[in-house]
Design a protein around this ligand. Structure first.
Ligand SMILES: Nc1ncnc2c1ncn2[C@@H]1O[C@H](COP(=O)(O)OP(=O)(O)OP(=O)(O)O)[C@@H](O)[C@H]1O
Length: 715
């Protein structure tokens, strides 16, 4: 039976199509399902026509309605057709005539290229290259290496005519997508081995037969990262009605391999820079696990912040349609989960969570009571990084504890006094019916260690900031079995000071850890700019280092304008400039809900919301996000709360000298030199995280003197 599959290029344009055109697509798809091959070719309504003077006889057009045409790949054998694009009549015909299809001999996937334009421009570039003193862009790669990566003869000729990356960008949209990516990654400095491992190998299909470059039926099935087969009309109707993000259907092979691996023999980990699709992979993993769940089994999908919990919830809703299946997944922050475990324990006493700003004064009080003369900051850190991290419950354990990770000295003789102060602090909390969040996690972990696990699988997103007490809780939440824990995170986005050895907590991911490299979110310009902030060196210097231009090895195939910066004298001027910038975005057609504004402090958020509103721009704090209002409101939140989220346009404001690094968040070197370094790095990461939330446009501003991070990076 014939069928019509969909190319990723069609989905990318889908949001631009009006509902009647989408309805036409559905009707065409139904026709393909209903009619025989012979009837399809003869159908007067569909007009599955070949085109005169076309580069490829297999590329035809179909009628969607009076004005719109679909461009379809109609292979000579098999009965699966692929809808490549839907365009206005004349445009569709012109585009269709220029395209050529082929089957890649290495990846075995179907490829489409703009053969006419490539034929037209390649000789000119060859001539320019011949006369240019510059070395060719791919000079250091042999033909054999390029061919092994799936570069075919035609693309090889084009690649050999290029002298720089700008030229590659002109060719890129014309080239077959997989080959384009290979060239872009090589041009960015990746080695042949890296490209093989990260891009080509995951896409390969195990096959014993030699490639049949005429067998489109098989090749279409081998192109799952770009061609989707939709089997039910309800599914297609749903897709057409609410155009979805491509990630729902098209995973990159490297993502698919991680998310849909049948089973991992133990905990598995996916890492990768900002925007590489870790959250997407985590959601698809949940979908995979749901498909294999036994009766009564449940999944915990957990992360750090409430805003991300909301994002995960709506992500899962769009990925897993069956509400009964979704019911079997609990989505919550780790702290929220801990509270629930503690509250459900027999004889539980309700205790309020301690506010962050209360903690220091309580340590001060406890120290006064015991006569400990060190600082409250020292005590808070000792409690967090030694006592809770190592799950120390007695003085004897504390006396034997390893403090090597700490940069502050503590004489052995002082430990009993510190312990007494800690006991005083915890007793004070108990008396007042309060608990720190980490205490709650530690307590919940103890409860589950006694009571036994509650889940069959635990999937963790933004795992880099979890504290050992939180990891212990998650470890106790799931039995140590295959597929117990699936962990997604990026060490470069650590913004709280928890550095953890998972192995020491019984979570061994060795041999089951995969790194994603392709950034789907931000443009290369935004990514490079943000990376310069993270490493504290100007972009120009980074570029000199060739292959390490993102230093972290992440690349984006997206391009756009570089970030804009704005220096203001006073905060009010800065907010006025923000209003002007947001207006520009709105006037350019960006929806208010696609704009995010982040600041270092809560108080600036409130002021910013008020300022935007006073200027007639709808704005709301991120925390108050209600799904319904999101589409029409600019979201304003702290940099911390932006973790894991993304917006089309992002303004990061208040990047002032005294805000980043924020002196209060950085332990003075004289208190603890190691902690000082860690805190400085967290502050740096925070700015990096805030900037990498942007997809198309990033705007950074400050008032007075700029942050030293900006200065170091030469901004
Ligand atoms: N295969 C894909 N095809 C298209 N878009 C994708 C794909 N994978 C991810 N994306 C998109 O890229 C963006 C970033 O994805 P995601 O949030 O999962 O990245 P992340 O690695 O978790 O990022 P971060 O660590 O910065 O929070 C999202 O808009 C997502 O929809």
């Amino acid at each position: 039976m014939p069928q019509l599959a969909f190319d990723i290029g069609f989905f990318a344009e889908l949001p631009k199509l009006q509902p009647p055109v989408r309805k036409g697509v559905l009707e065409a798809w139904e026709k393909f399902n209903r009619l025989s091959l012979d009837q399809l070719f003869k159908d007067p309504g569909l007009k599955l026509e070949s085109l005169t003077n076309a580069k490829d006889k297999q590329i035809r057009t179909i009628r969607i309605d009076q004005f719109w045409r679909g461009v379809v790949l109609a292979p000579p054998s098999g009965d699966t057709f692929v809808l490549l694009r839907v365009m206005a009549h004349d445009k569709a015909i012109a585009w269709a005539k220029k395209q050529k299809s082929s089957i890649n001999e290495v990846t075995r996937a179907v490829e489409i290229r703009d053969a006419a334009t490539l034929d037209e421009i390649t000789p000119a570039y060859e001539q320019v290259a011949q006369d240019s003193p510059k070395e060719r862009l791919f000079a250091k790669f042999s033909d054999g290496d390029l061919r092994a990566l799936g570069i075919d003869d035609e693309t090889l000729r084009q690649a050999r005519s290029l002298v720089d990356k700008e030229q590659l960008e002109i060719f890129a949209p014309l080239l077959p997508q997989d080959q384009r990516e290979v060239l872009q990654y090589l041009a960015e400095g990746c080695t042949v081995e890296e490209v093989w491992q990260d891009i080509v190998a995951p896409a390969l299909q195990a096959a014993t037969q030699p490639v049949d470059t005429q067998d489109y039926e098989t090749a279409i099935r081998h192109s799952r990262a770009r061609i989707a087969l939709v089997t039910a009309s309800e599914e297609l109707r749903d897709i057409l009605e609410k155009p979805f993000a491509a990630w729902r259907v098209f995973l990159h092979p490297s993502q698919r391999k991680v998310a849909y691996r049948a089973s991992y023999s133990g905990p598995a980990q996916v890492t990768g820079g900002p925007g590489t699709g870790k959250t997407v992979v985590a959601l698809h993993r949940v979908k995979h696990l749901l498909g294999h769940l036994r009766d009564g089994d449940r999944i915990l999908l957990t992360t750090y912040t409430n805003a991300l919990v909301n994002a995960l919830r709506s992500g899962l809703e769009s990925l897993v349609e069956d509400p009964q299946l979704r019911e079997r997944v609990d989505i919550s922050t780790v702290d929220g989960f801990a509270s629930r475990v503690v509250a459900e324990a027999p004889g539980a006493v309700t205790r309020r969570p301690l506010m962050h700003n209360e903690e220091e004064s309580r340590w001060g009080k406890a120290a006064k009571a015991t006569g400990f003369t060190g600082s409250a900051q020292f005590l808070a850190q000792e409690y967090r990084h030694v006592i809770l991290a190592q799950d120390i419950r007695t003085l004897a354990e504390y006396e034997a504890a390893d403090r090597r990770g700490r940069g502050s000295r503590l004489a052995a003789a002082q430990r009993p006094l510190v312990w007494e102060t800690v006991e005083r602090f915890t007793a004070g909390l108990a008396e007042d019916g309060a608990r720190t969040w980490l205490q709650t996690c530690a307590e919940a972990a103890h409860l589950l260690e006694d009571k036994g696990p509650q889940y069959r699988h635990v999937v963790v997103d933004e795992a880099q900031d979890l504290h050992p007490a939180q990891w212990r809780l998650l470890r106790a939440a799931v039995p140590a079995r295959p597929d117990d824990l699936f962990v997604a995170g990026d060490p470069h986005q650590r913004i709280y000071d928890s550095k953890v050895s998972l192995k020491s907590l019984g979570i061994k991911v060795t041999g089951r850890s995969v790194k994603l490299r392709k950034n789907y979110r931000s443009t290369q310009e935004i990514l490079r700019w943000s990376t310069a902030l993270l490493v504290g060196r100007p972009i120009a210097q980074l570029e000199d280092e060739g292959r390490d231009d993102t230093l972290l090895g992440y690349r984006s195939a997206l391009h756009g304008d570089g970030p804009a910066v704005h220096a203001a004298e006073e905060e009010d001027d800065e907010l006025d400039a923000l209003v002007a910038r947001v207006r520009e975005w709105l006037e350019a057609g960006v929806g208010a809900g696609e704009i995010g504004v982040s600041t270092r402090f809560n108080k600036t958020c409130a002021k910013t919301v008020a300022h935007l509103k006073a200027a007639g721009i709808p704005a709301a704090p991120l925390r108050a996000a209600d799904a319904a209002g999101e589409a029409e409101t600019v979201r304003v939140g702290t940099m911390h709360s932006f973790k894991g989220l993304e917006f089309r346009c992002v303004a990061v404001i208040g990047v002032n000298e005294d805000a980043l690094p924020f002196p209060k968040a950085v332990t003075p070197p004289e208190v603890d030199a190691k902690q000082h370094e860690t805190d400085m790095m967290s502050e740096r990461c925070l700015l990096f995280v805030a900037c990498t939330r942007a997809r198309d446009s990033l705007y950074v501003s400050w008032s007075g003197k700029p942050s030293s991070f900006l200065v170091e990076a030469g901004m």
